[in-house]
Design a protein around this ligand. Structure first.
Ligand code: HEM
Length: 429
């Protein structure tokens, strides 16, 4: 295994020799949870991966599709604002903002991917609980992947049983979602009015409609799983870190509120059309992703051939590469005062999230770079703009900005360890 912690080594792996590093290392836990790695994120490089990735890029996550979920985003962000307001009305006490951000993200992904929310009161299935368990297991260390003769350890620790149980639960959940769609679609065969979700698009592809290739049921379920594992936690984690940084840096919070409130021009509701000119908002998001990339080590790659790294180091085939985006985002060779939270550094800067500037690659880069960045950014921008438009935020009494706990948790995404407790005061603007 090698760890790339410099801009040059990241560029070498993700751009110069991207094709050689375009596969993922095998993991038996991932395999059992994703129908034999049939999803996009973990499937090995090859024709199958090309097909499922192009389905995700063209049919689920393209700009046009992301635009088609605008109503879902606006409704769910509005619901979150109402819920926070209700909490503020009932008491001026502290709220757990992190919980609201998590529910928002989960609801948007559930509605876009599966057509409805699966953790409402009275709902038979709790998608949130399933997701938590899934992320925990995907992030767990499997000794057998590194030292095969120690595979038996997982039986003793109970890891194997946990994985098998969750795989069954996940499958039953996804089967019920798909069956619900098939029944619903039969009933309203020709109706076109209702917004389609990922399951609808994937069922059309399964039937070979428009695309020319067909999709097996396991692949369909594995692709759906990607939206949860790759989508929900990353968006939630980004929003949580952004709000924490803004609470620690009241100057940046003020500058953001000034921009948002000025451009909202006295409107009661910000829409996505208003976001276009919000330069500071975009700078705040980038600065937070620089310091707190949700996947600080990307998703590991594996070399398919021998390769020379930086024209010097001989790296044999089947070496795992971990790109340390966290360290690269804090490298003093690329960033002035890197530990400082200063969104202004991104104003009038050409540095973008597209994976072309290797000092800033929170979405990875190259062939295996994130196909969901447009989807993710659309949610983050709207949620952030509406939150700072509608509320003033402060830390609970007695906590100074510099005392806010910024400890990171360990896992497939790096969340803040402690809950984000704030006092939110609605503003009249
Ligand atoms: C703030 C939000 C997000 C962040 C920071 C993020 C970050 C990442 C990163 C770092 C990778 C690995 C890239 C690499 O290996 O070079 C990745 C891959 C991926 N992401 Fe995202 N992601 C986000 C949102 C989403 C969303 C919303 C979806 C879909 C609904 C998504 C779907 C995927 C998929 C399918 C892959 C695997 C691509 C492949 O292996 O070919 N992501 N993401």
């Amino acid at each position: 295994m090698l760890v790339a912690s410099s801009v040059d080594s990241a560029r070498d792996i993700l751009k110069t020799h991207d094709l050689i590093w375009a596969t993922r290392p095998k993991s038996s836990i991932v395999d059992r949870l994703t129908y034999g790695s049939k999803d996009v994120g973990f499937s090995p490089f090859g024709e199958y991966w090309r097909q499922v990735r192009s389905i995700a890029v063209l049919h689920l996550l393209s700009s046009k599709r992301v635009q088609s979920f605008r109503g879902v985003r606006e409704e769910e962000v509005a619901n979150m604002i109402i819920k926070i307001k209700q909490k503020c009305d009932s008491s001026s006490s502290v709220i757990n903002l992190g919980d609201h951000l998590y529910s928002l993200t989960n609801n948007i992904i559930c509605r876009a991917a599966l057509g409805r929310i699966y953790n409402e009161r009275g709902s038979e299935i709790d998608a949130k609980a399933i997701l938590e368990e899934l992320l925990q297991l995907l992030g767990s260390f499997n000794v057998g992947d590194y030292i095969p003769w120690l595979e038996w350890v997982n039986k003793i620790t109970g890891l194997d049983t946990k994985v098998d149980k969750l795989a069954k639960k996940l499958d039953a959940f996804l089967e019920s979602v798909i069956e619900e769609h098939i029944t619903r679609n039969k009933k309203k065969e020709c109706s076109t009015g209702e917004a389609k979700d990922f399951v609808d698009f994937l069922l059309e592809i399964q039937n070979g409609k428009d695309t020319g290739f067909s999709l097996r049921r396991d692949s369909l379920k594995a692709i759906l799983l990607d939206s949860f594992t790759a989508g929900t936690d990353t968006i939630y984690t980004t929003l949580d870190w952004i709000m924490a940084e803004l609470l620690r840096e009241p100057r940046a919070m003020k500058a953001l509120q000034n921009e948002v409130r000025r451009l909202a021009q006295g409107k009661s509701e910000i829409t996505e059309d208003d976001l276009k000119n919000m330069q500071y908002l975009r700078a705040v998001i980038k600065e937070s992703l620089r310091l707190h990339p949700p996947n600080p080590l990307l998703i590991p790659r594996e070399s398919m051939k021998d390769v020379k790294l930086l024209d010097y180091y001989h790296v044999p085939a089947r070496t795992q590469a971990i790109v340390n985006v966290w360290a690269i985002g804090r490298d003093p060779l690329s960033w002035e005062n890197p530990e400082e939270y200063r969104p202004e550094r991104f104003l009038n800067s050409h540095i973008d999230v597209k994976g072309l500037n290797f000092e800033f690659i929170p979405f990875g880069a190259g062939r295996r770079g994130c196909p969901g960045s447009t989807f993710g950014i659309a949610v983050i921008e709207l949620a952030l703009a509406r939150l700072v438009h509608k509320f003033n935020f402060a830390l609970p009494q007695g906590i100074k900005p510099e005392d806010l706990d910024m400890t990171e948790s360990i896992g497939i995404t790096t969340r803040r360890k402690s809950p984000l407790l704030v006092v939110a005061t609605p503003c009249s603007s």
